[in-house]
Design a protein around this ligand. Structure first.
Ligand SMILES: Cc1ncc(C[n+]2csc(CCOP(=O)(O)OP(=O)(O)O)c2C)c(N)n1
Ligand SMILES: [Mg+2]
Length: 410
């Protein structure tokens, strides 16, 4: 994997009937029927969807993307997904109990994130948004470091250079520019090539982010500089309350054609397909054939964040339909049906997930509150008289409370 013929011939998808949103000639405007068909194609998997494991847990093969995977590796992917889902649910509960300021659930996107995260090599560099807890897990980041940010204890605690994983980015789409710039640097530094330790970059963003100027600019710069960057779009069908049909008339992966690089739509609820496609795309980039756009077709099974109530804008039958495509369940069924894992494996994993969740809960509750110095002292390298005055004023305000001995760590 990938087959050599794929390397020689760029994977730009052919125009198919599904491409009806686009007129043949520039002068020809799409008919209303074409527009409607195009909009529908943005929110349906369609014939180009790369899939290696069906929702029923059946292993299928794909002519261009396939993968040899040992039972042990498959159990490893399953374990990753179970553990990140368990941590995600724990974080959600912690927010509900007032221990986190906010939580951004990944529920439903485990396969997209674990597939992509495990496709990265240690030397590769990732640029996340705010929901990439599964990729962070693959980069060896302790979940406590993510929760500490959502608790407001710090602004993110890992070393991006060491983990080769940038800080979370809340400004939608901004990380696409950062990633493109970084990948251009990799190219200029001669890190792209056939060597085993050649590097690639991957940027994670959502379907809504594709409407952001930063993403467009990133695509343009990456393509004209042949930057080794994989644009990994998790199309989870929603940007808060905006459905994906409000972002584009054509499927997101078709957009890559306009920039001149390949775009591939993968079943983002299929960890094997996501792993296979992302590995291929990263290798394309590291060997000088970047960039590549991947649209991981998935679904946000929970709210946008703990501050959101999705029942106000989407119908429950949509969620019910996607539950049948659950990314974890299909691997479990496959493992059981093929006799690749026994009950002991599942029981031990569940116990491990519970143990880790309990440790996470305790570690979060034990996080020390930051002092007020933190917020003032890290604005400028050498401070400023204006900030010093603000800090003194704030301290005096806190000292006015009866329990001021606690030092203002509220
Ligand atoms: C520049 C900018 N504009 C608006 C917002 C507010 N905002 C936060 S999340 C979000 C929706 C993003 O949707 P999508 O890109 O699909 O990612 P998802 O949350 O679904 O993973 C918006 C508009 C923001 N954070 N940054
Ligand atoms: Mg989205």
């Amino acid at each position: 994997m990938p087959p050599p013929k794929k390397k020689a011939q760029r994977a730009t998808p052919q125009v198919t009937k599904a491409d009806v949103g686009a007129p043949d000639a520039v002068s020809q405007r799409p008919s209303p029927e074409q527009v409607i068909a195009g909009l529908r194609a943005t929110s349906e998997g369609g014939p180009d969807l790369v899939q290696l494991l069906t929702p029923e847990g059946e292993r299928v093969h794909h002519p261009d993307f396939d993968i040899d995977i040992s039972p042990e590796e498959l159990r490893g992917l399953y374990r990753d997904m179970v553990l990140v889902r368990r941590a995600d649910r724990e974080a959600n509960s912690l927010q509900r109990q007032g221990q986190l300021g906010l939580w951004v659930p990944l529920l439903g996107q485990e396969a997209a994130q674990i597939g992509a995260g495990r496709a990265m090599r240690p030397q590769d560099y990732g640029f996340p948004g705010y929901r990439e807890h599964g990729v962070a897990w693959c980069r060896g980041i302790d979940p406590v470091q993510i929760l500490s940010m959502y608790r407001g204890t710090d602004h993110g605690g890992w070393d991006p250079q060491q983990q080769r994983f940038n800080m979370y980015t809340i400004v939608i789409g901004n990380q696409v520019l950062n990633a493109t710039g970084y990948a251009m640097g990799q190219k200029f530094d001669g890190k792209v090539g056939p060597e085993e330790d050649a590097e690639a970059t991957i940027a994670f963003f959502g379907d809504g982010a594709t409407s952001q100027g930063d993403v467009h600019e990133g695509f343009v710069w990456a393509t004209v500089y042949n930057a080794p960057v994989v644009f990994f779009c998790q199309n989870n069908q929603w940007a808060i309350s905006e459905p994906v049909e409000r972002q584009t008339r054509v499927p997101i992966y078709h957009r890559a054609r306009g920039y001149g690089f390949p775009g591939i739509r993968v079943d983002g609820n299929d960890v094997l397909a996501t792993l296979a496609v992302t590995k291929w795309a990263m290798d394309e980039c590291r060997t000088g054939n970047g960039p590549v756009l991947i649209e991981a077709f998935t679904y946000r099974m929970d709210a946008h964040t703990t501050s959101d109530d999705p029942t106000r804008y989407r119908l429950s039958d949509e969620l019910e339909a996607w539950k049948l495509k659950d990314p974890i369940e299909r691997v479990r069924v496959h493992l059981v049906r093929e006799g690749l894992a026994d009950q002991k494996f599942f029981d031990e994993l569940e116990a491990e997930a519970d143990d880790r969740a309990a440790t996470l809960r305790q570690a979060v509750r034990d996080l020390p509150n930051p002092g007020i110095d933190n917020i003032f002292d890290n604005v400028y390298a050498e401070g400023s008289p204006h900030l010093d005055a603000q800090k003194a004023e704030f301290q005096a305000y806190l000292d006015g409370f009866a329990d001021s001995a606690h030092g203002g760590g509220h």
